[in-house]
Design a protein. Sequence first.
Length: 213
Amino acid sequence: MELAALLLYVVGLVVCFGAQSWLHRARTGGDAGFRRPPRDPRSPAWWGAVSFVAALVLGFVGLLLGTLGLVDTLLPLDRLPTVPWLSLLLALVGFVGTVGAQQAMGRSWRIGVEATERTELVESGVFGWSRNPVFLAMIATLTGLTLVVPNVVQLSALACLVIAVEVQIRWVEEPYLLRTHGAAYAGYASRVGRFVPGVGRLPRRGATVPVSS
């Protein structure tokens, strides 16, 4: 089971970053979709990027150590035989959801934010009930894998991912989208939840357009 989790993780990295970037390059005529974060440690985007990279690295290390039996698990899985299977299923569903949500973004897909860039605001399909389905699916995937191999390294990876997502969404993505799309994004964010329907919607009065510095 641990080996299956590790293989799924590696395949996920290859598909969601490597293959997706290649498809985006073909779709846009040369854009790989990666945006370089600021180098200033005082920037939220920098902290978001560092936390995200840490999550990816720790996720691989935690699964590898668990597969090799080099780190103790934090749950008595021998007493909970159905947990690893259900957790692996959750991870698989999350992986499929991540790929599907990435494809739903079309030409607007990218990793990171370029302040001067303007992409189409995607509101249809899965984005009609969640403003951040890619991040939601990624968290579901890593949660499932962490339950398959519940060790302290995997828990650290999951914590880093949640921190990265929160920082990226609240202090990077949403301000950028409000500046770029103005009332269109404010209206969208007031109707659709941040992750799940009805939760994390921005009130119209609170969804003001930030002033660029």
